[in-house]
Design a protein around this ligand. Structure first.
Ligand SMILES: Cc1ncc(C[n+]2csc(CCOP(=O)(O)OP(=O)(O)O)c2C)c(N)n1
Length: 469
């Protein structure tokens, strides 16, 4: 007998680390069947080249070993957010979010609900096996009443654990979804029905018609402690009693396809539309990418300093990103931001290895110094002891930004002192005039501060002139 290759799956699952045609799923698990239904529909509908499947956490986290299309991993429960982003950035993409009941209905439920309510263009395949499979059989929102799991050893009691959650019915309260169906893969007849619903959900993506949700009742023999045949029977006898299968909503006949130009603008479009604020970036392959990190305590103006530099880069028609990271505290907690300046579109706004590091406090110096690229520059406040080995080829410069700003009576302006240091050391590749304009523009609402900051910049430059070689 020859083995027939499933459409839309790789010939060999080498991403698992070995040449194999075997998946990592247990015998009798529904995931393999559902994978097949999804990829077959994807190929038959001719959308393989523009399909992106989101693989969040759960037994199907390794879906990307098998699906021969675009794949993106997501944090537990966050598939809807990732799917939203992908679809908005790539409007031609057909996005499939493939999620378990723990992922979708527990940790990720609010994401699911909000994405459905927004009518995002996503086909959601919701694998309901009534349990957390990957972690060894804990109770899920969809666990049946009385069902024994690791975390409900005496059976799910609605008094303490609530009732089994009917996700399709909850989503059916919303206006936006185009298609909602519940199917099962417990036997051949049901698999045929599941095939139709999954195909429909993908067709809706092909035609850019909106949100489609397919719940699939799926056997998990390992965690139910039953053999595959008995587990399939459990799906039919017990699960379908609680979760009746069928099409719950189908608005495909009346749903309007999204018009390409009427689609939700991406973040980039929001900014680029305002030409006066942000001249469009121009491609200049000769401009080397520069990655900068600014770090200190919240309230020290670290994030604003990063914005100034990013704004100046935009004025010079560079591609640029500003990416903040801060703790929960408004004041006093750690804060940092990453800025990338480039002559070509920026791939990632995260800066793990900066070329320029500005540190306003000791924890950030300790945290980031070792990550600076060779040839890089570190500007660190003089209050920070330089007691760490400096990586080869990295230049460390101390600047009394905090002391100087206190001396000049504007303690909050230590970040302006750091900006002056960046200009004087000429490490951003940007024109000083633009850096200053970006700084002054940040005081649009407090014009009196512009004059004061001009004085501060002069003082800082003088200090650097006198003290730094
Ligand atoms: C933030 C976070 N919390 C908890 C976990 C542990 N965890 C991994 S998988 C999982 C449940 C997965 O169950 P489900 O979504 O039903 O998928 P299944 O494994 O049954 O296919 C949990 C709780 C995690 N990885 N990350």
């Amino acid at each position: 007998m020859t083995e027939k290759k499933t459409l839309g799956m790789y010939d060999s699952f080498i991403r698992s680390g070995k040449e194999t045609r075997a998946t990592h799923y247990c015998a009798g698990c529904g995931h393999g069947i559902i994978h097949k239904l999804v990829t077959e529909a994807m190929v038959e509908l001719g959308i393989q080249d523009r399909t992106v499947i989101i693989n969040p956490i759960g037994c199907s986290v390794f879906g990307y070993y098998y699906w021969d299309c675009g794949n993106v991993g997501a944090a537990h429960g966050r598939a809807a957010a990732v799917a939203t982003a992908i679809n908005r950035a790539h409007k031609n993409a057909c996005v499939i979010s493939y999620q378990g009941d723990g992922d979708l209905a527990a940790i990720g439920f609010n994401h699911t609900f909000q994405a459905a309510n927004r009518g995002e263009h996503i086909a959601v395949i919701f694998v309901n096996n009534a349990i957390y499979g990957m972690t060894g059989g804990q109770m899920a929102p969809t666990t049946l009443e009385g069902m024994k799991t690791k975390t409900s050893p005496f059976g799910r009691d609605p008094l303490t654990c609530g009732y089994p959650m009917h996700v399709c019915e909850v989503l059916n309260q919303l206006k936006a979804p185009v298609y909602i169906a519940r199917v099962s893969v417990a036997d051949t007849k049901r698999i045929m029905q599941a095939r139709q619903s999954i195909r429909k959900a993908l067709e809706i993506q092909r035609d850019a018609k909106g949100y489609a949700f397919v719940e699939v009742i799926s056997p998990c023999p390992t965690n139910l402690g039953l053999d595959p045949i008995k587990t399939a029977q459990f799906c039919i006898d017990q699960m379908e009693k609680e979760y009746p299968v069928g099409v719950i909503r189908d608005l495909t006949a009346t749903a309007e396809p999204r018009k390409p130009d009427a689609a939700t603008p991406t973040c980039r479009e929001y900014f680029e539309n305002d030409e006066s604020q942000a001249p469009a970036a121009e491609v200049d392959p000769s401009a080397k990418e520069l990655r900068l990190k600014f770090a200190g305590f919240g309230g020290q103006g670290i994030l604003s300093l990063g914005i100034c530099v990013a704004e100046a880069a935009r004025m010079e028609k560079r591609f640029t990103t500003w990416y903040p990271s801060y703790g929960p505290e408004q004041r006093g907690g750690s804060a940092s931001c990453s800025v990338v300046i480039s002559g070509t579109p920026v791939g990632s706004p995260a800066v793990d290895h900066p070329d320029v590091l500005v540190c306003m406090n000791q924890p950030s110096y300790e945290r980031f110094l070792s990550e600076v690229n060779p040839g890089g520059t570190v500007i660190v406040d003089s209050t920070v002891p330089l007691n760490l080995p400096v990586p080869d080829g990295v230049k460390v410069v101390q600047m009394p930004a905090i002391d100087l700003s206190i001396k000049l009576g504007v303690p909050k302006a230590a970040n302006t002192m750091m900006l002056a240091a960046l200009m004087k050391l000429n490490v951003t590749g940007l024109k000083n005039e633009n850096l200053l304009n970006a700084l002054y523009a940040s005081f649009k609402k407090k014009p009196a501060l512009v004059e004061k900051n001009k004085e501060l910049v002069k003082e800082a430059e003088q200090w650097i002139e006198d003290n730094l070689k």
